[in-house]
Structure formats: C-alpha cells, structure tokens
Design a protein. Structure first.
Length: 211
C-alpha cells in the first residue's frame, strides 16, 4: 500500500493540477456547449476510461518507454491532436442539427460520444507523461508492488478529475440552455464548441498539453 504521507501529498498535488482547466476540461466544455449535459457527462466518463487505459499501460512499462522515446511521444501527441481537430470540424459542420439533437434520446449517440472521448483520453500525452514521471515519486518500493501503487495513485487522480470535469461540464451545459431558446444562438454555441475543440487540438499539437 501507498504510505499515508505519500498519499496525502499526492492528493494535494493532484488537486492543484486538476482544478486548473486544461485540454481535458476544455474538451468536455466543448461537448457540453455543442450537445448538452448528457453528452458532457458521457464525455467525462469516456475521457476518464481512456486515461485509465493509459494508466494501465504505464503500469506495465509503456509510460517509461514513451518518456524515453521522443519519437513515440511525438506520435502519440499528434495522433491525439489530429483527432481533436477532426472532432472540432465535425461539431462545426453539424451545428445546424443541434436543435433537433436537444430532443434526441438515442443511446447510439451516447455510444458515439463515449467512443470519441475514450480515444481522446487514450491519446492524452500529458496523462501518459504525468503517470510515468510523477507517480514514481509518490510510490515507495518497500511498501509493496509498485504496479499496484501506481494503479492506486492513478485511480485517485482519476476520481478527483471525474468530479472536477463533471462540475465544469454541468456548468457549461447549464449556460447552453439559454442559447437553446433560439436556433441562431444554438448554432452559434455549437460552432463555438467545435472551435474550442479544434483549438484544443491545435494547442496539443503545438505544446503537447492535454489534461
């Protein structure tokens, strides 16, 4: 198990990192503005699932490989960036259909949003670097399996992020309700959400940041 002192220090560090809105939060906000509260929450859970997969890969050594290989990290970064830019363009192109989407209750749409969000989380370069470079500092070799400690610490990080990202998504979705009263407002907010996601992809490509 992770020592209590290390655990408390990690929680404090995680909160500081998570409460500052990063690309992961901006992706959720973009989905909330474009598709509403339900899609925002689906995006949060999908993104968390993708990041959790990254955590599992890091736990078996992939994170160390990526941190040591500039080429591998660059490939992951640009794959995620290009996918975000693609989603942004899609949201802008489909903004006129948002009014009809307000009344849609189709699970396939949720499944599509979830799959997209999983890919965004899985190709999140900052998450991979964070898990591979930061988690080892809070693990204690004498306390047991390092892989288990990585999973515990990473799961705590994801739990905190899940609460924070959900709050951001719900806040953005609430603001969207006012826009939904007018088709023109709704199209504008849908386009803004798409532009935000596209800009997020561009920023990831340039800086490598992704929450």
């Amino acid at each position: 198990m992770v020592p209590a002192s290390n655990l408390l220090a990690f929680i404090a560090a995680s909160i500081v990192i998570i409460v500052i809105p990063g690309p992961g939060v901006l992706f959720t906000i973009g989905r909330a503005l474009a598709l509403g509260r339900r899609a925002a929450l689906v995006s949060v859970f999908g993104h968390s699932a993708g990041v959790f997969i990254a955590l599992l890969l890091v736990s078996v050594g992939l994170g160390t490989l990526l941190a040591a290989s500039a080429l591998a990290l660059t490939l992951v970064k640009f794959a995620g960036a290009l996918y975000l830019m693609y989603l942004g363009i899609q949201a802008i192109r489909e903004r006129k259909a948002l009014r009809a989407a307000l009344n849609a209750q189709l699970d396939p749409a949720d499944a599509k949003v979830f799959r997209q969000s999983v890919l965004v989380g899985l190709t999140n370069p900052k998450a991979i670097v964070f898990f591979s470079a930061v988690l080892p500092h809070f693990a204690e070799p004498s306390a047991g399996s390092l892989q288990l400690q990585f999973l515990i610490l990473g799961s705590i990080f994801l739990a905190i992020a899940l609460v924070s990202d959900s709050a951001w998504g719900l806040l953005a979705a609430s603001a969207r309700t006012w826009f939904a009263r007018s088709p023109q407002r709704l199209e504008a907010v849908g386009g803004a959400g798409g532009a935000m996601i596209f800009g997020l992809g561009a920023s990831v490509a340039l800086s490598g940041s992704a929450d």
